[in-house]
Ligand binder design. Structure first.
Ligand SMILES: NC(=O)c1ccc[n+]([C@@H]2O[C@H](COP(=O)([O-])OP(=O)(O)OC[C@H]3O[C@@H](n4cnc5c(N)ncnc54)[C@H](OP(=O)(O)O)[C@@H]3O)[C@@H](O)[C@H]2O)c1
Length: 338
């Protein structure tokens, strides 16, 4: 895979299990925060799955569309796009109702020094959205950052681990969950809190970041020595299928790949395939931000794209000078300063 067109096609290719499940979703779907890294390919995947399932449901999406061309691209794909700032209450109220909502809006980078905005986005807006869409099923994108660091031999935090977020970004994400949970109980709204760790799509993500350091012979910090990753296509498929698992009080579901992956091992894989000797700094800590998504595999089946495929696709992408989004994950961060 070498071009954005090929990548977009792969990301939006619906599996049989997705086509079957979208046929069971009742009513239209609204995606809030459509314009980011994951939203456009989620919307296209959903649209293609609906078309193949032979059911007619509207796919709608709202975002500020900071990337202006995305508005036209998604509109041309058959998505009903609304250009709004969700923090503008009038604009939020003016959005069409929908039986199903996938909530992807949030703020992470630039939190340090602008904490108030992150809290407004991540913990205030959820209350406004929960009231507006109180009669909908809502899948709420959350993050594994709400968990404490886990030992690297623990298998990662399951949904039973008590949240202990590190730093204000992660705390505000727990705020997002708690506010949605409150309205789930108060209004009986069915929800699923989708706790994701590190999706990637070749243009961005943990693998690209490590591979690029290997190529440029820059030191790779091993202090966050272990990670979880998942192919964005699989993460998006799980998010759509999560609409069938919304509950009141809110259901909680971890989403990531099945492996606890050593950063050093990843760099060595890239070194081998790219003909470089990786340079390391610091020693791996005994703990890391680790998510255990085994419950999601029971519900949905294993991810369709394996770790080795992601590594090999990343190698090919880098060799062919593939496009990059330029939004690093900062997965190395141990103090929660984003
Ligand atoms: N990608 C990952 O690996 C990962 C991991 C854990 C959690 N998450 C969470 O999952 C969600 C989706 O991930 P992502 O990577 O696609 O995030 P993202 O790139 O940050 O996309 C979220 C999008 O929401 C839109 N948005 C933000 N504020 C808005 C506002 N006031 N009004 C309207 N739209 C607004 C923005 O698009 P516009 O500029 O068009 O408004 C933004 O790009 C995010 O909440 C993210 O924090 C992602």
């Amino acid at each position: 895979m070498q071009t954005v067109e090929e990548l977009e096609l792969k990301l939006s290719e619906p599996s049989e299990r997705l086509i079957r499940d979208v046929g069971r979703i009742k009513g239209d779907i609204m995606i809030l925060g459509l314009g980011g890294k994951m939203g456009p390919s989620l919307a296209k995947l959903l649209k293609r799955a609906l078309d193949k399932s032979g059911t007619t449901k509207k796919v709608m999406g709202a975002s500020r569309f900071s990337n202006e061309s995305m508005y036209n691209e998604l509109s041309n794909f058959g998505i009903d796009c609304y250009k709004v700032d969700l923090l503008n209450d009038g604009a939020l109220k003016g959005l069409p109702d929908a039986e199903n909502v996938i909530y992807m809006a949030g703020n992470k980078f630039g939190t340090a020094g602008n904490e108030h905005f992150t809290w407004a986005m991540n913990a205030y807006l959820p209350g406004r959205v929960a009231e507006k869409y109180k009669r909908s099923n809502i899948v709420v994108f959350s993050t594994g950052n709400i968990y404490p660091f886990m030992t690297i031999d623990s298998g990662g935090a399951t949904e039973k681990v008590r949240p202990l977020p590190i730093g204000e970004y992660a705390q505000s994400c727990l705020g997002r969950e708690r506010v949605f949970e409150h309205f789930s109980v108060k209004n009986g709204t069915k929800m699923l809190l989708y706790r994701l760790n590190y999706a990637l799509d070749l243009r961005y993500g943990v693998l690209l970041e490590i591979a690029k350091k290997v190529v440029s012979e820059k030191p790779i910090d091993l202090s966050m020595g272990h990670v979880n990753v998942i192919w964005q296509g699989d993460a998006n498929e799980y998010a759509i299928r999560s609409l069938l698992h919304c509950e009141s009080p809110a259901n909680k579901l971890n989403i990531t790949g099945p492996e606890t992956i050593s950063v050093q091992w990843l760099a060595e894989q890239f070194g081998e395939h790219l003909g470089k000797n990786p340079i390391f700094e610091n020693r791996p800590a005994k703990t890391a931000l680790l998510n255990n998504a085994s419950r999601s595999f029971d519900l949905f089946g294993d991810p369709l794209v394996t770790l080795n495929e992601m590594i090999m696709m990343t190698v090919e992408w880098i060799k062919s000078g593939g496009e990059e989004i330029g939004k690093p994950t900062h997965f190395q961060e141990r103090k929660g300063d984003f």
